[in-house]
Design a protein around this ligand. Structure first.
Ligand SMILES: NCc1[nH]cc(CCC(=O)O)c1CC(=O)O
Length: 306
């Protein structure tokens, strides 16, 4: 089956504004680089249908599986995901064909003031243990309120006065056109992002070599290396996207730098370590750093919950 003879490429995407914006960006880039028309196919995932279910089964994979099913059945040619929503385990029959150039990986505080200027006991909304733990380490006085829902819903809780601020990914806010809500962007030394945050993932069937090559045209090698280092830490720690694990990798002067943290859920303790290495040894760098985190008690920390 040649890709060229089958009409437009069908791109499977979730239907939210954030997802369709990022998918359209990929579609446009592919069309420009390869001359192939790309059409978006909206797919409803379990995570979109039921908030209760999302809470029950946890974040890992709920946004991903419905898209993967459509890729495997051939209903779509490939899918675009937020990389940080992808479990680290491999899926039989599916390959990660490309990671396009990463958007800003940092987290952002959305509200009327910077973190240091919020009043004592201010109410901050986030459902992510990683963000909870790092916020508590920065400002132990804050009241942290668990929230769910899409970015717009969360931002509305601030404008409605229910919360003083919320923490969201800068990349997502940019994609939905809401950077106006940002009061402060956290530097990695304040808050380490989720592994792969700000990156996209293009997945297709492993047996479609022609398509893999075509999708590979939008791959960005430095992004691939940095997210490989970050996600290897997560994989070795056997943690998912809802674990209190933060990472940040970047290439500077032809070296790959990686920092990772594992925090207790109550933010009382964190282990945080850094390492540098050759960019072509990203996986080894991640593995070694994870081993050092474990040696310093990372698994005990992750086991402690309030
Ligand atoms: N867990 C939901 C999710 N998945 C990806 C993003 C943002 C975009 C990205 O990280 O690529 C978000 C929202 C958020 O964390 O604020």
């Amino acid at each position: 089956m040649s890709t060229a003879s089958r009409g437009p490429l069908r791109l499977g995407t979730r239907k939210s504004l954030m997802a369709t914006t990022q998918s359209q960006g990929v579609a446009d880039a592919l069309a420009q680089l390869t001359g192939h028309a790309v059409e978006l196919v909206g797919v409803t995932t379990q995570g979109d249908v039921s908030k209760a279910l999302l809470a029950q089964i946890g974040g890992t994979g709920v946004f991903v599986n419905a898209l993967r099913d459509k890729v495997l059945s051939g209903e779509v040619d490939f899918a675009v995901h937020s990389l940080k929503d992808l479990p680290t385990s491999e899926t039989p029959g599916i390959v990660l064909a490309a990671t396009p150039a990463r958007d800003d990986p940092r987290d952002a505080l959305c509200g009327p003031a910077k973190l240091a200027d919020l009043p004592r006991g201010a109410r901050i909304g986030t459902g992510s243990p990683r963000r909870v733990a790092q916020l508590r380490a920065l400002r132990p006085d804050l009241e942290i309120v668990p929230i769910r829902g899409n970015a717009d819903t969360r931002l509305r809780k601030v404008t409605d006065g229910e919360l003083d601020a919320v923490v969201l990914a800068h990349a997502g806010l940019k994609r939905i056109g809401r950077l106006d809500a940002v009061a402060e962007v956290f530097e990695p030394d304040q808050m380490l992002p989720a592994p792969g945050q700000g990156s996209l993932a293009l997945e297709c069937r492993a047996d479609r070599d022609d398509l893999r090559a075509l999708l590979g045209t939008v791959d960005d090698a430095p992004t691939r290396r940095t997210v490989t280092a970050e996600r290897t830490v997560l994989a070795v720690l056997e943690a998912g996207c809802s674990a209190p694990v933060g990472t940040y990798a970047a290439e500077v002067d032809e070296k790959l730098h990686l920092t990772a943290t594992v925090a207790a859920y109550d933010g009382s303790r964190q282990v945080r370590l850094s390492a540098s290495g050759h960019p072509d040894a990203a996986e080894q760098l991640g593995r070694d750093l994870a081993a050092r985190l474990l040696a310093q008690g990372a698994d005990q920390l992750m086991g402690e919950r309030d």
